[in-house]
Each structure stands twice: as structure tokens, then as C-alpha cells.
Design a binder for this molecule. Structure first.
Ligand code: EAX
Length: 336
């Protein structure tokens, strides 16, 4: 009997060892799409994922990153993942709301008071509901990494209060919510795929909004003199896979990829936050006029009834929004 148990233990150990990096049982190339260039927040997460997946599979999993618009816009990338032409993607949550209306919940203005609160909610059961909702559109939602809090830039005038943004032609993501939001704020939103440097340069649009890392990386300071640290929306990235493709993977590979992507996301968020002050300093040095303390109350006053926007009209989405608002409610009365 003893010997039998020992033999079983030895077998189990051998099993563990054979799953260890020394002896990969499978080889796979995973095609992953992002719209942005090397150095971007998406790319930092993608390369961390690539490294972890290779390490943990003993080199069996090779993640191939398609970046810099080679697959088209984020909307195009999502379509390709849905159809199985690309296996995985890391995209901004904004464009996902066309496919998965629940995604619009995260883009509610002034929802999260801090990055830590965003992590707690998105890594918890509420975030998991968005990942699950993505399955209805043919995506396996896996992890949230981040773009960061979005800030407004423009070429016309300094924006201190919401009224200063009135009538500005602002490029927004291809997202129903963002168009509705900027309309409600009194601007003139124009949905466009990223990037938009030449449109800004030519004056087709007056402004845009993005985290500081994006503004710096895409050299928007060259064509946008004014930056207001509005931080109006927390912009999450989502790492996802095509559901049909995902379902063909053995459970062990699914676990490996999920763990690698989640750990990559945690590392990427830390990187992104540590880098932000540096990006602000660079943008200032490059000559941007920065309003560090715009009148956010004026923006918030306009955003109170945003729960009634069409982007939240679906009762399922509205109910989820209310739970997100409840989970992030400021302790001192409801500032929203
Ligand atoms: O990730 O489209 C956007 O504004 C995104 O934030 C951009 O692709 C950078």
C-alpha cells in the first residue's frame, strides 16, 4: 500500500516536472493585435505578456505582436478577433462598447477617484461581469490593463471650465458613450480612429483627449498648445481573445495565458502610473500650456444626469452602471 502511494506521488511529481519549462508539450503562436506603437501602454502590456507566456511555457508559446496600425483601428482589430483572423488583442475599452454595451460603464465620467479604486473594482466581481458580458459578442475577456485618466488638449484656447470647451471640435474614440458625453458637455465631438496627428495638424479637429503618455508618445504637443488635466474618464485597456479560438485551447494553456496576461496587466499598470509625472514634465518642457487644476466641478455639474444617456439605455447596462456607481460612491455625500 505504502509503495503504491509512493509510486503515485512519484508519478504526480513527474507530471509536475514535465509541465515545467524544461519539456513543453505543445507549441503555439498567438497573434495579438494592438493599434499603438512600441513604447505605448498597450505595447508595454503586450511585451510583458509575451515574456511571461514564453517563460512559463518553456518557450512553447510565442506571442506575435502586430502593432502600429498594421491591423487597422481598434474597431478593426476587434472585428478580426471576433472573426478569428487574429487570436488576441489589447484594446482601449471605448471602442468595445459598440460590441459590448456593458463596456460603457467603465467610461462613466469621474467614476473612479483613484487608480487604486479602479483596480479594486475592475479586478473584482464587477469587472468580472464586463469580462463575462464580452462573451455575448464572441470575445473571451481576460484582464484589464490601463491607458490611464484622460485629459483634454486643444489648439484654440485654454480650457478651465466646461464652458471653455463649448463648440470645440473634439476627436473622440469610436465609442457611443464618448460621443454622447462630449455632446452633453457642449463640445462638438467627432469619432475617429487613432491616431489623429495629421487631423490635428491640418485643423480638421481642434482637440482630443487622452492620457499623458499617449499625448507625449504621439507628439501631440507639436500641434496642441493647450492641455487641461481634466482626468474626466478612466480609460481602461482590456486584454481579450476570440471566444471560438479560445475554446479550442486545452485548459492548461488557457490557465497559462490568463495568468500571464493578468500578471502582465498588474506590472503594466504600475509602470504606467510611475511614468505619468515624467510625461507631464516633458509636455511642459515641450511648451504646452498646462492647466493643472481645471474647474472640475463645472464638468461634474454637467455630467450628473449622464446615467440617462442612450449608451446606458439598455436596462442590463443601466443596472450594472448603478452598481458601479454604488461601489465607487464617495464617502462624504454623493459628489456626483
Ligand atoms: O491608446 O483612441 C484612443 O484615444 C486611444 O486612447 C489611443 O488609441 C491610445
Amino acid at each position: 500500500m505504502h509503495r503504491f502511494i509512493l509510486a503515485l506521488a512519484a508519478l504526480a511529481l513527474a507530471g509536475i516536472l514535465s509541465a515545467a519549462p524544461a519539456g513543453p508539450a505543445f507549441a503555439r503562436t498567438v497573434r495579438l493585435g494592438i493599434v499603438t506603437t512600441p513604447g505605448s501602454a498597450q505595447h508595454v502590456c503586450a511585451t510583458a505578456f509575451q515574456d511571461l507566456a514564453a517563460q512559463r511555457s518553456g518557450g512553447a508559446v510565442e506571442v506575435k505582436i502586430f502593432h502600429s496600425g498594421t491591423l487597422g483601428s481598434e474597431t478593426d482589430i476587434l472585428r478580426q478577433v471576433q472573426m478569428g483572423a487574429v487570436d488576441m488583442a489589447i484594446v482601449t475599452l471605448g471602442p468595445l462598447d459598440t460590441f459590448v454595451p456593458e463596456a460603457a460603464v467603465v467610461g462613466f465620467p469621474f467614476l473612479f477617484a483613484s487608480p487604486g479604486q479602479a483596480d479594486a473594482v475592475l479586478d473584482g466581481p464587477l469587472g468580472a461581469e464586463i469580462l463575462t458580458a464580452a462573451e455575448r459578442a464572441g470575445f473571451k475577456g481576460l484582464a484589464f490593463s490601463e491607458n490611464g485618466f484622460r485629459n483634454l488638449t486643444n489648439a484654440v484656447r485654454p480650457v478651465h471650465t466646461v464652458d471653455d470647451a463649448r463648440g470645440l471640435k473634439i476627436r473622440v474614440m469610436e465609442s457611443a458613450l464618448d460621443r454622447e458625453l462630449w455632446q452633453a458637455l457642449g463640445a462638438n465631438p467627432t469619432p475617429m480612429a487613432w491616431p489623429v496627428y495629421s487631423e490635428l495638424q491640418q485643423g480638421t479637429i481642434d482637440g482630443q483627449e487622452n492620457p499623458l503618455s499617449v499625448i507625449w508618445l504621439y507628439r501631440l504637443h507639436e500641434v496642441q498648445p493647450y492641455l487641461s488635466l481634466t482626468g474626466h474618464v478612466y480609460s481602461a485597456h482590456i486584454g481579450l481573445a476570440g471566444l471560438n479560438w479560445w475554446n479550442t485551447l486545452p485548459a492548461a494553456e488557457q490557465t497559462l495565458l490568463t495568468g500571464a496576461l493578468r500578471d502582465a496587466a498588474v506590472a503594466q499598470r504600475a509602470w504606467n502610473r510611475a511614468a505619468e509625472a515624467d510625461f507631464l514634465a516633458r509636455l511642459r518642457q515641450a511648451g504646452m500650456t498646462v492647466d493643472e487644476h481645471p474647474d472640475l466641478e463645472s464638468f461634474k455639474a454637467r455630467t450628473r444626469d449622464l446615467r440617462d444617456l442612450p449608451a446606458y439605455a439598455n436596462p442590463r447596462v443601466r443596472a450594472l452602471l448603478d452598481r458601479f456607481l454604488e461601489a465607487t460612491r464617495p464617502t462624504q455625500g454623493d459628489a456626483r
